[in-house]
Design a protein around this ligand. Structure first.
Ligand code: MSP
Length: 519
């Protein structure tokens, strides 16, 4: 078992056949918010993301573009996938590519061990294959095509025709692990989350597991099977192993023991691979299963999963160029219940930006800093005797801190933000009720004015810490304006209310400036 304070979180590794859209960015932001939160709670945190570069899908795209698959992957990684992380302000600790030597060599090591231990056999398979999913499909997973594909069976996810394949392959005895998998789901009810995902996984395993074809011999863009170089490893088997090859599996036992097991964040379309096949692979190798697998929902467009292949993909920069990366992060984490599907709309984004970020949080921050500047000459006021209303703010700071951290531990990101937002609303209500601008006009109310401003100042600092995993840019600016020591990212988010106040405030530019949107 890894050290109790270790927190290792992963995103899926992304196919480099195309550029990212906001659905991919959604997965990244969710993992990043969780990672930042755990890091700021003092845990030994590691966030991994990366790219999935082998397989037929990438090979075909590269060929269609007249370059080698490695050239294609290099270009997409440098020009699209790594820049995405900056666009949405992701603070990952590592970026793995399945073409890295550290990955390829240890995939072979893993496979050889399974082969030597009798978990792999030669067999034949005939079935429908979707290159978009890089997966064999059952007939029940196909739907009748429309338009140009009328009369054909197409993949329900990609709406593109599947291919009939007949191959002699190596197989992994997944079926041998059905009972152990069921025992795992039983013993650790939160191994697969949310509940709807768990139920789906239970259904699949209960209805019987087929062995998995894990090699391909009709093309050679992949990791060579170590005992048979006429085959390459099936792209999914290769890809799943990134989660361990990135943290020292096969090379650095101390690092591996320190990091593994991971919490995986994945879209629900790839749940079967992560919650069934991956733990079975680990069991076969005698390694610990993941800490957990969370299957989030899809961003929908017109009721369907947003996707580049269906031409419904929106580039993340289209949003961040206008609203900024903080707003992107906030919007998707706040508006969508983590684990459920959600529809994106420009109207909703613009409305929440204005009401919640600009008027709710941003305006609160500006007002408090401006009043301390004006009425106290920039010196941070100290509270004298506290009223019930002042005490209520202090208590809410503690409650919001605890509630948001406990929500994060349940992976309920939307609840964590909602808990913090109670403090935004309460502070705005507090200022309206206490009217410090009126107190400022009455010299005999000086002590009360300072107490009110000190209370609001303290609440604002707690908010800066609490919201820093979601709004890293705005909260860093606010922290500087509060004149508090250190950086906001160094503060303990699980003890946000215990932050140390500063001596003087500094000017604060608008955290969420007005945007002109034409929608
Ligand atoms: N390469 C595999 C994952 C291998 S992990 C060992 C893969 N890549 S992907 O690029 O197609 O998708 C990566 C992630 O993006 C998946 O979790 C997928 O669910 C997510 N999304 C892709 N489109 C999405 C939406 N429209 N909405 C939300 N997430 C979406 O699968």
């Amino acid at each position: 078992m890894a050290d109790a304070s270790s927190f290792y979180i992963t995103t899926p590794i992304f196919y480099v056949n195309d550029v990212p859209h906001i659905g991919h960015a959604y997965t990244e932001v969710a993992a990043d918010v969780l990672a930042r939160w755990h890091r700021q709670a003092g845990e030994d945190t590691w966030m991994l993301t990366g790219t999935d570069e082998h397989g037929q899908k990438i090979l075909r795209t590269a060929t269609a573009n007249g370059v080698t698959p490695k050239e294609w992957a290099d270009k997409l990684v440098d020009e699209a996938w790594k820049p995405l992380l900056e666009t949405i302000d992701v603070a990952n600790d590592d970026f793995i590519r399945t073409t890295d030597a550290r990955h390829e060599l240890n995939v072979q090591k893993f496979l050889q061990q399974l082969y030597d231990d009798g978990h792999i056999y030669t067999g034949e398979y005939e079935g429908y294959y979707c290159v978009g999913c890089e997966e064999y499909k059952q007939e029940s997973e196909l739907v009748p095509g429309v338009g140009e594909y009328e009369g054909q069976l197409v993949c329900a996810i990609h709406s593109k025709p599947v291919e009939r394949l007949h191959e002699k392959n190596y197989f992994f005895r997944t079926s041998a692990f059905a009972d152990r998998l069921l025992a795992l789901y039983e013993e650790r009810p939160d191994f697969v989350q949310p509940e709807s995902a768990r139920n789906e996984v239970l259904g699949w395993v209960r209805s019987g597991l087929a062995d998995l074809s894990i090699s391909r011999s009709t093309f050679d863009w992949g990791v060579k099977v170590p005992w048979d170089d006429t085959h390459v490893v099936y792209v999914w088997f290769d890809a799943l192993l990134n989660y361990i090859t990135a943290v020292g599996y096969g090379e650095d036992d101390a690092e591996f023991a320190r990091r593994w097991p991971a919490q995986h964040i994945v879209g629900k379309d790839i749940l079967r691979f992560h919650a069934v096949i991956w733990p079975a692979m680990l069991m076969a190798a005698g390694l610990e299963v993941p800490r957990g697998v969370f299957g989030h929902g899809w961003l929908l467009v017109g009721g369907e999963k947003m996707s580049k292949s269906k031409l419904t993909g929106i580039a993340p920069s289209q949003i961040t160029d206008t609203f900024g990366s903080d707003a992107f992060r906030y919007y998707f984490m706040r508006a969508i219940h983590f684990g459920q599907d959600g529809s994106f709309s420009w109207e909703d984004l613009a409305a929440r930006y204005q009401a919640e970020l600009a008027n709710g949080f941003g305006n609160l921050a500006s007002r408090v800093i401006a009043m301390i500047t004006r009425y106290c000459d920039g010196e941070v006021p100290r509270a004298a005797e506290r009223s019930d209303a002042d005490r209520e703010i202090g208590e809410l700071e503690t409650r919001a801190t605890q509630a948001s951290w406990s929500a994060i531990q349940r992976l309920a990101i939307h609840d964590a933000i909602a808990a913090a937002w109670e403090l935004v609303d309460a502070l705005n209500g507090y200022l309206t009720a206490e009217e410090p601008w009126s107190l400022a006009k009455q010299p005999q109310q000086r002590e009360r004015l300072e107490t009110v401003l000190a209370t609001a100042y303290h609440g604002l600092g707690t908010l800066a810490v609490l919201l820093s995993p979601v709004l890293p840019q705005a909260t860093a600016k606010l922290w500087a304006a509060l004149g508090a020591p250190g950086t906001v990212q160094e503060q303990r988010v699980d003890r946000a209310h215990e932050w140390s106040v500063g001596d003087r405030v500094a000017p604060l530019e608008a955290l969420f400036p007005r945007v002109e949107v034409s929608v």
